[in-house]
Design a protein around this ligand. Sequence first.
Ligand code: HPA
Length: 291
Amino acid sequence: MQAVDKTGVEIIMNNAIREYSLIKEMADYLKEKAGDFVPYVLAILGSGLGNYVKSESVRIAEEIAYSEIPGMPVSTVHGHAGKFVLGYVGEIPVLFMQGRIHLYEGYSEQEVVRPIRAAKLMGVNKLILTNAAGGVNLSFKPGDFMFITDHISSFVSSSLRGENIDRLGTRFPDMTEVYSVRMKEVYDKAVSQIGAEPKMGVYLQTPGPQYETPAEIRMMRNLGADAVGMSTVPEVIVAVHANMRVFGMSIITDLGVEGKIVEVTHEEVQQVANSVQPKMALIMRELISTL
Ligand code: HPA
């Protein structure tokens, strides 16, 4: 990318500088649009979970379509709305992403996580992630909630790949405690209150978009995974890099368990996720008010 320095000489911007300026441009645009609304939390709503913002527990202040935001990739997946929703949960201002950006859509690692970094530049330090995931753990069933305790992303290229953006975080971030342990208690209590059993486990990220073969599911179980999905980890990694507190929750929408494997379709995944939304609304309210 070409830019001009103070003396009018053209300079080549390196990738980290270019990326940072795109993130900043996005953050400035969102700030301007948000006005007095200063978000405290960024909450990403996964497949089939986007309608949460229409529930009684969210008071919507503003909506901003991804397509109008400079530097923002646009969600191409059917059923993913593609907008930011600025809404209050109780008194807490939350920036919602209704529709996330996935690597399998063809976007680069940097593009996928740009909105998380923009939120950081807006002053947001808390991130809540939700996703629809396949059950790998033999005891899971569709409709279960899983608190993400840890992740495996070793097979997918890192969202920190490329020149480090030093202004956001360190080159080699530690990943010993990625998911907020403190939130586990809040999650347990919230899930118990809705009469469900609180589950927890390790989320394994695949590049997608294809679902897994039975052999892959067996391998994932042997590796220690409890659920599998195509998202979340890229966002989590840049959040930890930028020193944000992270909470992640999967909705188990289908099972890769021998004897229980059924063919998965995107529509079924969305249907199951959609059906748990009333329960999820209650859990989200507890989480957001405690984060
Ligand atoms: N695999 C990967 N991603 C998913 C699945 C699955 O079974 N279900 C929902 N998202």
